[in-house]
Design a protein around this ligand. Structure first.
Ligand code: ZN
Length: 316
């Protein structure tokens, strides 16, 4: 039996990353290109996989970690389609269907944030845990919760960036969320930081950086307090550009400890390894695609074995 060979797509608002492999350190080919109009962009992804199939044989499955919002209810007629999105031309687009139809292999899809959560759980900073939260703090804020080994998803995926958080005393910034103004993302996302301080967060230096980090850590901590109390994570992993600002994590741990105020008094909540940086970096999304693909392949095999599949004898 040969090693599995999966396709992964990270479908982002600005770029697509497609790769073939089985793990972040076992990638045989990768391509990145800008996200343009839906049809040609998806066709470019399909072409890449077809080339890889022609060059080195069939894929077992493809996993897609996509920007959202996405319809993810199994059996829903619009499963795998984008809902209303500000990305021009992409509202209502079927992301998973064209890939599955063109390649004829099992295809799984979830959000880019949930994908990154799965990737960090399999290979990164949440490895070995079954209940954790992955948060990305980039332009906006997004969070994926894995509870008992499964990504939380119901009517829709989670939207942790839009949590309501209390305002830090003295902060008069109105907030940048187009829907809620001063929600968590509206106060603490990278776009909010840029608007509040007048320069992109990564360009802040000296006293301005120190002041920005102090406020950012305070806002992230009050949101994390809500997440700690509602999902009981074993760990919180944070990725995204804002998470890479130097010196954020020690401040954040101190602020979270203050926000929890000794309740319920678990030493784990204030330990160094409770709130940690993501480890997979820019590979987190595509790695999530690989985890999703593996799940799709396993589900398809199970179906074949139970006699529901079209044929037997296709296994190498
Ligand atoms: Zn909001």
């Amino acid at each position: 039996m040969s090693a599995p060979r999966f396709g992964a797509i990270e479908s982002g608002g600005t770029k697509f990353v497609c790769l073939v492999g089985s793990a972040p350190d076992r990638i045989e080919a990768e391509v990145r290109f800008p996200t343009g109009e839906p049809a040609p962009t998806l066709a470019r992804a399909v072409d890449f996989f077809r080339e890889r199939v022609a060059a080195a044989g069939p894929l077992d499955a493809v996993g897609i970690a996509s920007f959202g919002p996405l319809e993810l209810r199994p059996g829903h007629p619009k499963f795998g389609h984008l809902a209303a999105t500000p990305k021009p031309g992409w509202s209502g687009v079927d992301v998973a269907g064209p890939v599955a139809a063109a390649l004829g292999v099992p295809v799984a899809i979830d959000t880019d944030v949930n994908g990154a959560a799965l990737g960090e759980g399999r290979w990164g900073a949440a490895r070995g845990l079954d209940t954790y939260v992955y948060l990305t703090v980039g332009t906006g804020i997004g969070g994926g919760a894995v509870i008992g080994g499964k990504v939380v998803s119901g009517l829709i995926h989670t939207e942790m960036g839009h949590l309501a958080v209390p305002r830090i005393a003295g902060d008069a910034f109105p907030g940048s969320c187009p829907f809620h103004g001063d929600c968590w993302e509206g106060l603490a996302g990278g776009e909010a930081m840029g608007a509040r301080w007048g320069v992109p967060a990564e360009e802040l230096t000296g006293d301005a950086l120190r002041e920005a980090l102090r406020l950012e850590a305070a806002y992230l901590a009050v949101g994390l307090r809500n997440i700690v109390y509602t999902t009981a994570p074993q760990r919180i992993v944070i990725g995204g550009g804002v998470a890479e600002l130097p010196g954020l994590f020690p401040l954040l741990r101190t602020e979270l400890s203050a926000a929890l105020a000794g309740y319920p008094g678990l030493p784990e909540h204030t330990a160094e390894d409770f709130v940690v940086p993501a480890r997979l970096g820019r590979l987190a999304g595509p790695a999530g695609g690989l985890v999703l693909a593996a799940g799709a392949a396993t589900a398809a095999q199970r179906q074949t074995r139970s006699g529901a599949g079209p044929s037997e004898g296709t296994d190498a």
